[in-house]
Design a protein around this ligand. Sequence first.
Ligand code: GLN
Length: 479
Amino acid sequence: HRIPLPRIHRRHHSTNPYNAFISSTPSAAYTPPATPIPPPNTPLTHRPIAIKDNISTTTHPTTCASALLPSYTPPFDATCVSHLRRAGAVITGKTNMDEFGMGSDSLYSAFGPVSNPASPLLSAGGSSGGSAAAVASGAAWAALGTDTGGSVRLPAAYTGLVGFKPSYGVVSRWGVVAYANSLDTVGVLGSRVRDVRAVFDAISAHDPLDPTSLSPATRARLADLLAARAGGRFPRAPLRIGVPAEYNVAELTPGTRTAWRNTLQALHQRGHTFVPVSLPSTRAALAAYYVLAPAEASSNLAKYDGVRYGFRASPSKGSSKGEGSSEKEATEEDTLYAPIRAHFGPEVARRILLGTFSLSAGARENYFVQAQRVRRVVVREMDGVFRLPRVLVEGAAGADEGVDVLLTPTAPGPPPKRDEVPRGVGAYVRDVFTVPASLAGVPAGSVPVKVGEEGGIGLQVIGQFGDDGLVLDVAGYLE
Ligand code: GLN
């Protein structure tokens, strides 16, 4: 038996055309305060910024697009949201997404699917599809999303925006509802690289409340490392751009391949060098990601049990007289845990099953442990191609003849039609180009490119850990 949940109120189409928002302040009601107190003067002053609905805000509910959290309003702002408010930004609303961040098309939402402002029959990408649709439709100037395996970059590519996933630990995750802690990052979507950079600059700071936040000491070491190579750095010096052979897969659509090739040619003509590189574990990275992320998720989602978090229904309902109740004593499991958890959407349920299986005694060694090994190989391969050493490894030297950035497509092709999106594993393959940077914790940005009239294609710039500034510089150079 399922405990009935409170009704989900979907917002009316006329005020929320792409179903981008779960809750919002209608933009008409937004009037900048006459005298801001204190008068902030930052690039974000009075800028309307939308926030993905898995990031805590005191002014709007935080639902994670889940039927289990229809009206939860946190008593605090996430650190990244506090930074934005302090910089004078106006939080316009909370954006629709795949439930708990699990998905690539923003179709798995208890509040209904998001559509792509460029063409409503198309997928807006996911899981930060509402954030993308909010910016692409002009309802927000920029938006925060979260990117665990590509959830900022993919929707950016599909909706023609710039999307940036910072290095892991650079932006605080405090107040961000966890999907897979070791991979989760807060990312930014905007129309232009300079807007994305302004938001990133405002939210990128050490936070003692997040134990995985990069420490001030490491940030200082990173600054020294970057200063030391300043002379040999873009834009003064030509870039060395890595082109990984493993990203040139048969599944690339012709338009994507053309966009990639044209951009590389244009960079070459401007004096930059491209360097073929090999990242042999690219495909294995996808499999490893889909073991590790669900494993962490299954653990994180255990708290939605109707007691600690999640809608709580009276245990008497449905268990005392219902047909299925028989004479059996209602155990705590029957009355609370299972009925509430039956309301997870199908994709979340699939992830919980995958995760609990790969962590179970019989499977752990073959799946979870193996995936952790693959993850270490992915990191090693990335470190092997970049000129900049990984700051987290003390005394590490960068690769001789290494590259400054990698340039790849963001996804194998443009957005699929919403009603043709495959379910389950079929949908996971589109993350093949975004998950390696997530496993390695390195910064990656997606920049929109047009091939003729064809939109919805993004190119991805990947940098070494901590080289977020260079990734944004190169992204700006490409737009
Ligand atoms: N599509 C990937 C997943 O479903 C990535 C999601 C994300 O980055 N939050 O896990």
